[in-house]
Design a protein around this ligand. Sequence first.
Ligand code: FES
Length: 87
Amino acid sequence: SFEVELAQSGQTVTVGPDQTIVQALTGIGIAVEVSCEQGICGTCLCDLLEGEADHRDSFLTDAEKAEGDQIMLCCSRAKSQKLVLDL
Ligand code: FES
């Protein structure tokens, strides 16, 4: 599991091994717009302010993934213990 911190509200939530970031956020009442939920469409794109993403999508290019400042919330996870999102 890993932590997700929401920069705008200061809220923190733990994302368990069997849930997505979107599901964890829904659990604390934060609705994220999603469509495909498979990392394809780009709807759930979010700016990543801190932490290292474990990119599982096929929407961002390899260059964008390497850049490390965006993440797809429906499917990607974290390599670092914490991600800080621009939410
Ligand atoms: Fe389509 Fe996340 S909902 S990429």
